[in-house]
Design a protein around this ligand. Structure first.
Ligand code: FES
Length: 77
């Protein structure tokens, strides 16, 4: 499935409404509970959980607060 994420909604909010539950705790970019694998695309990391080294691999991100730099992200759900 392909989901469009409006600017005023988080990825976890949109997926939750579609019945795809990604566990969240803080929803404020700090805990890492929502950490999700990325199979394709480039995340726009907006968290303070991942290290710089972890971010550059682009293989995981925090969808409660992060977005996409690429037109599409394929998530490992
Ligand atoms: S729920 Fe805490 S970083 Fe996403």
């Amino acid at each position: 499935m392909i989901y469009s994420i409006p600017a005023d909604r988080s990825i976890t909010q949109v997926l939750d409404e579609a019945g795809i539950c990604i566990p969240v705790t803080c929803e404020q970019e700090i805990c890492g509970t929502c950490l999700t694998g990325v199979l394709e695309g480039e995340p726009d990391h907006r968290d303070s959980f991942l290290t710089t080294e972890e971010r550059v691999t682009n293989d995981q991100f925090t969808p409660c607060c992060s977005r996409a730099r690429s037109a599409c992200l394929v998530l490992d759900l």
